[in-house]
Design a protein around this ligand. Structure first.
Ligand SMILES: [Zn+2]
Length: 323
């Protein structure tokens, strides 16, 4: 809307125009004014999958197919497109002994890391009840193999400090900090705990989150806990996940029950108690139906978590929910 200009204002404008003209005449041609456009905060999409077990029947089928990356063939493109892709690695790799064919103690063929590479997995949690299934050798072999494959690992390290420190992955200037915990690391095979595997403990959780918050803009906490095949989180899962959000985490990603459990808003964050299986070979009801959580961040702010259902068919997950 234009207003009528008063006489005095007209005069002042005339003087101003004249002085501007003079100024222009006396000085060098003015430089183009540097425009600093408002840069909108970057959008990052992070994809989270649940338990990945790469041996037993999964390994057998991959070998039959002559395709070590077989388990990830149908979902690889979606994971590879994410700014950060995360899964829980439930089976250690080892080149000693033959891969597991039956039972609950896992040894995966190192060749099967091909699936993680095909899917562009950036970071795995390796803190779970199977971390030491292939003993000291398998633990260190897996850390080496992941390092050589440029896949970051959280929750396990060559020493306790590394296991607790987590990792920070920077995307478009935003630093995403990950820490990971497991409720159990013995799987019935060990009598003591190994400090290189981050155990689920309230004091450690709070200290680690406080630490990683000093090095990152966003904190994501991975928790391997819960009751197998239970549809709801247990008291320990709730306590730890809520404490993580209260300590400043934006997102808690849970796994281990092998079936899905609810994702819910809690205060300023989101908790997914269990994503269920991503790659596994179980036959119990619900174990072939998992969730992939797609978290969208605008700058450091968690904007949205979208849940996409997957179904495991012949050891291969496929997306049920479209893109
Ligand atoms: Zn587990």
């Amino acid at each position: 809307m234009l207003a009528k200009l008063s006489g005095s204002l007209m005069k002042r404008l005339a003087v101003l125009s004249l002085s501007l003209l003079l100024l222009a005449a006396c000085s060098r041609p003015p430089k183009k004014k540097e425009v600093s456009p408002e840069i909108p905060p970057p959008i990052n999409r992070l994809l989270f999958g649940g338990d990945v077990m790469l041996t037993r029947h999964v390994g057998v089928v991959a070998a039959q197919q002559k395709d070590p990356a077989w388990p990830f063939r149908q979902i690889a493109a979606d994971f590879a497109k994410a700014d950060i892709a995360f899964v829980n690695l439930e089976s250690p790799f080892t080149d000693q002994g033959s891969p597991t064919r039956t039972g609950m103690v896992f040894r995966a063929d190192p060749a099967n890391i091909a699936g993680l590479l095909l899917a562009g997995i950036d970071v795995v949690s390796f803190a779970n009840n199977h971390t030491r299934d292939s003993y000291e050798y398998g633990l260190l072999y897996t850390l080496d193999l992941l390092e050589r494959s440029k896949i970051a690992v959280v929750g396990v390290g060559r020493d306790e400090a590394t296991a607790r420190a987590g990792v920070v992955l920077e995307r478009q200037g935003v630093k995403f900090g990950f820490v990971a915990y497991t409720y159990d690391q013995r799987n019935g095979n060990h009598k003591t705990d190994d400090a290189r595997i981050n155990g689920l403990d309230l004091v450690r959780l709070r200290e680690d989150i406080s630490n990683i918050r000093g090095r990152s803009n966003v904190t994501i906490v991975s928790i391997h806990a819960g009751t197998e095949y239970a549809k709801q989180p247990n008291a320990q899962q709730r306590l730890m996940a809520q404490a993580a959000i209260e300590a400043g985490a934006a997102l808690v990603i849970g796994h281990h029950p092998h079936v899905t459990q609810p994702c819910e808003d809690y205060r300023t964050g989101v908790i997914c108690y269990s994503l269920g299986n991503l790659v596994f070979d179980q036959t119990i009801a619900g174990t072939n139906d998992g969730i992939v959580a797609e978290a969208e961040f605008k700058g450091p702010s968690l904007r949205n978590v979208r849940l996409r259902k997957i179904k495991i068919l012949n050891t291969q997950p496929v997306f049920v929910t479209p893109r």
